[in-house]
Design a protein around this ligand. Structure first.
Ligand SMILES: *[C@@H]1O[C@H](CO)[C@@H](O)[C@H](O)[C@H]1NC(C)=O
Ligand SMILES: *[C@@H]1O[C@H](CO)[C@@H](O)[C@H](O)[C@H]1NC(C)=O
Ligand SMILES: *[C@@H]1O[C@H](CO)[C@@H](O)[C@H](O)[C@H]1NC(C)=O
Ligand SMILES: *[C@@H]1O[C@H](CO)[C@@H](O)[C@H](O)[C@H]1NC(C)=O
Length: 593
C-alpha cells in the first residue's frame, strides 16, 4: 500500500541534519585502530554514545560522573584534533580525535546508517536524541471490533494528502494522482477515506452543526434581485419543504445570502441544479480580506480554477444530490490546482470565514448546514462509490492505471484488481451494512467483492499460490507473484470484517478465505524477517534480486497489523514476531553465530 506516510507525521525529526549542514555535533565512540574499519558497521555494539558540543560545553553541569556531558567536558579539556576518517577504504571524511576517542559527524552517520537524531532542549539542558526509526507503533487498547474503529485510521486525513488531486463533487470521494497526474479513482484510497471518516466518527467529539436553511424551521434571509425568484414549496418526491430558485442569465444578478461564519467549514446540503446553474460559497481571508469563490456547478468537470475562482462539477444530471464539502479542502485543492508550489497557498482555517452563499441559474436546495464535521456522510459517500463502481460480473473494483511494481515484474495493465483494494472496500461495505441496519446493497457488494480472491492473478484475480501450497492474496497481482505483506494482511482484515458482520448463512465464503489467509500467514510470516528489518515483499525470492527492505513506516505497519491480529487470533507467533520487530526499530538485531 502506498498511503501511509503522510497520514501521521511520522517523518518528524528527520530533517534536523540536512546533508548540507556543517557537522557541528559529534558522536563519540570508543576507538581502536585495529577495528577502525568495522566500527562503523557495528555502531550499535560500541555503545558509548555521547553528545559533544563544540561551542556549548561550558554551560553543561551534572552531578553524575558517568554523565556524557561531563565526559564531553573532560575531552574538551584534553583538546581535540582534526583527523581523517577512512570509510571502508572508499573515501575519507573529517572527524575529531580526543584522547582515545574519535568523534564521527552525526550528519554522516545519519545518512550512512539511515538513523535519525535531533537536538532537544529540556529545562535548559540540551541533549542529543538518537532514534533508530521514525515511525509509530499503535498498541491496540482492546480486541479489534469490525464494527468499530478501523486499525488507527482515525489519525488519517486522506483528502489533504498531496497526491489527492481533489475530492470529487460528483461522488464525494478523493481522486488520486499517485500514478497518473490527470487523476483517477483509486479504490484503496477511497476506502481509506471512508474508513478514516468512519473511525473519526467514533473517536471525535460531537460536531457543531448550524442549519442555515431547511425550507421549514430555519429560514435564511436571502437577498433576491428584481430579476430573480425564490420560493419555498412542498416537494412530493423528497417529501419535504424545499427552496426553489431562478435567476436571470445576468451573472451579476445572483440570489445571495450574507454570512459571517467561522470555524466550521463542512457544508452539507441537498441540491438539484438545472443546466448552467451553480451554487457558490465565498470564503474570505480575515486578515488580507482576499475572497475566494468556490463554485459548485452543473457539470462533469472534476476541478478547475482561475485566479480566486475554483470550480467543482457536481455532475450533469438533473436530480437531487446530497453534497458534502469540506470547504477548506476544496479551497486548498483549488489553489494548488493551478500552482506548482503546494506550500505557497496554505491558508490556516482560523484565518478564514464564510461570507456569502450565492445561487445562479435555476434549481432547488434543502437542508443547508455548516458543521465542524460530517464524518458519516463522507463515509457513506465512499460506501456508495463502491456500490456504484463495482464490476458486477467479476466483483472487482478496477484500478484504471498501468502499474509496474519493479523491473522484472510484468506490467499490470489498466483495469487490474488489488486484494488490498478489495479487502479495504469490503471493510467499508461491511461497516456500511452494519451501520445502515442492514442495507442489502452494501452486503451484496461486499460478498461479490470476494470473487477475485479465488481467481489466480493470471486469470484476472488476486490469488497467488506460494510453492504450490499457500494461498496468498496479492496487493499487486504480478507475474511472477510479489507477495506484498502489508497489502495481504489488509485484505484478510477485510475478510474478517465481512465474516463477522454478514448474517451467518452468508459468511462462509469470507470465513473460508480468511482462515486460508491466516494459515498462510502463520507459515510465511518468518520469510519477511531479515534479522534487523523486514521486507516489503518477496521479490528476492520470486525474481532472485536484492530484497526490498521495508522502510520504517511500512515496517511499523507490519507490526501494527500483527498486534491487531494478535487480539483476534490465538497465535503466539504474531505476538512474538511483533515484539522482535519492534526491537528492530530500536536498533536491536537478531543474534548472529
Ligand atoms: C558509572 O559507571 C560505572 C561503570 O559502568 C558504574 O559501576 C557506576 O555505578 C556508575 N556510576 C554512576 C553514578 O552512575
Ligand atoms: C457519528 O455518527 C452518528 C450517527 O451514526 C451521529 O449521531 C454522531 O453525531 C456522529 N459523531 C461524530 C463525532 O461524527
Ligand atoms: C431534508 O431533510 C429532511 C429531514 O431529514 C428530509 O425528510 C428531506 O427529504 C430532505 N430534503 C431533501 C431534498 O432531500
Ligand atoms: C446553457 O446556456 C447556453 C447558452 O446560454 C445554452 O445554449 C445551453 O442550452 C444551456 N444549457 C443547458 C443545459 O441549459
Amino acid at each position: 500500500m502506498h498511503n501511509l506516510q503522510s497520514g501521521g507525521g511520522c517523518l518528524q525529526g528527520q530533517n534536523i541534519y540536512s546533508s548540507k549542514e556543517p557537522p557541528i555535533f559529534f558522536l563519540i565512540m570508543r576507538f581502536n585502530i585495529k577495528i577502525a574499519l568495522i566500527f562503523l558497521i557495528s555502531i550499535s555494539i560500541f555503545t558509548m554514545l555521547v553528545l559533544y558540543s563544540i561551542c556549548n560545553t561550558d554551560t553543561i553541569n551534572s552531578q553524575n560522573p558517568n554523565d556524557s556531558s561531563v565526559n564531553a567536558k573532560a575531552f574538551e579539556a584534553q583538546g581535540s584534533e582534526e583527523i581523517d576518517c577512512d570509510i571502508n577504504g572508499e573515501y575519507v571524511i573529517g572527524c575529531k580525535k580526543e584522547g582515545i576517542e574519535v568523534y564521527i559527524p552525526f550528519s554522516f552517520l545519519r545518512r550512512y546508517f539511515e538513523v535519525n537524531g535531533k537536538l532537544a532542549t529540556n529545562d535548559g539542558i540540551s541533549r542529543f536524541e538518537w532514534s533508530h526509526s521514525y515511525s509509530k507503533i499503535y498498541h491496540p487498547k482492546s480486541k479489534y471490533d469490525p464494527r468499530g474503529v478501523y486499525m488507527y485510521f482515525e489519525n488519517y486525513n486522506v483528502e489533504v494528502r498531496d497526491r489527492v488531486k481533489c475530492v470529487s463533487a460528483t461522488d464525494g470521494v478523493p481522486v488520486s494522482t499517485q500514478w497518473e497526474s490527470q487523476g483517477y479513482y483509486y479504490p484503496t484510497q477511497i476506502a481509506q477515506f471512508g474508513l478514516s471518516h468512519y473511525s473519526k466518527n467514533l473517536t471525535e467529539p460531537e460536531p457543531r452543526r448550524k442549519i442555515i436553511e431547511d425550507g421549514e424551521k430555519e429560514l435564511a434571509k436571502w437577498i433576491i434581485p428584481q430579476s430573480a425568484a425564490l420560493q419555498r414549496t412542498w416537494n412530493h418526491n423528497v417529501d419535504s419543504e424545499i427552496l426553489e430558485f431562478k435567476t436571470s442569465e445576468n451573472y451579476n444578478e445572483a440570489i445571495k445570502l450574507k454570512l459571517d461564519h467561522v470555524l466550521d467549514f463542512v457544508m452539507r446540503l441537498d441540491i438539484l441544479l438545472n443546466g448552467n446553474s451553480s451554487l457558490t460559497v465565498i470564503l474570505q481571508n480575515r486578515e488580507t480580506k482576499d475572497a475566494y469563490f468556490l463554485h459548485y456547478i452543473f457539470s462533469d468537470i472534476l476541478i478547475t480554477s482561475q485566479d480566486s475562482n475554483i470550480y467543482h462539477g457536481i455532475g450533469s444530471t438533473m436530480e437531487w444530490k446530497k453534497l458534502t464539502r469540506d470547504l477548506i479542502v476544496d479551497l486548498q485543492k483549488g489553489l494548488n490546482y493551478a500552482s506548482k508550489d503546494k506550500s505557497k497557498h496554505k491558508i490556516p482555517r482560523s484565518k478564514l470565514k464564510v461570507i456569502d452563499i450565492m445561487l445562479r441559474g435555476s434549481g432547488a436546495i434543502d437542508n443547508l448546514t455548516l458543521s465542524s464535521s460530517e464524518h458519516m456522510q463522507q463515509f457513506y459517500d465512499a460506501a456508495e462509490w463502491f456500490v456504484k463502481y463495482q464490476d458486477a460480473d467479476t466483483g472487482g473494483w478496477p484500478i484504471p492505471v498501468k502499474r509496474r511494481l519493479a523491473s522484472g515484474f510484468m506490467v499490470l495493465e489498466s483495469g487490474w484488481y488489488s486484494a488490498m483494494g478489495q479487502g479495504h472496500a469490503i471493510s467499508v461495505l461491511a461497516r456500511a451494512f452494519y451501520h445502515s441496519d442492514g442495507d442489502e446493497r452494501y452486503l451484496n457488494a461486499a460478498l461479490n467483492g470476494l470473487k477475485p480472491f479465488r481467481l489466480p492473478s493470471s486469470e484476472g484475480g488476486v490469488l497467488a499460490t506460494f510453492l504450490n501450497k499457500f494461498h496468498w492474496y496479492e496487493e499487486y497481482p504480478t507475474k511472477p507473484a510479489s507477495y506484498v505483506l502489508n497489502g495481504f494482511i489488509y485484505s484478510i482484515l477485510g475478510l474478517y470484517d465481512l465474516m463477522s458482520i454478514a448474517p451467518v448463512d452468508q459468511a462462509q465464503e469470507a470465513e473460508f478465505l480468511y482462515n486460508e489467509g491466516i494459515t498462510t500467514l502463520k507459515n510465511m510470516l518468518p520469510l519477511f524477517d531479515m534479522g534487523s528489518a523486514t521486507v516489503y515483499d518477496l521479490r528476492h525470492f520470486t525474481l532472485g534480486i536484492a530484497p526490498n527492505l521495508a522502510r520504517w513506516d511500512y515496517h511499523a505497519t507490519h507490526i501494527n497489523q500483527l498486534l491487531l491480529l494478535d487480539t483476534i487470533e490465538e497465535e503466539p507467533l504474531f505476538q512474538t514476531t511483533a515484539e522482535r520487530w519492534i526491537g528492530y526499530m530500536n536498533g536491536k538485531r537478531a543474534d548472529h553465530n
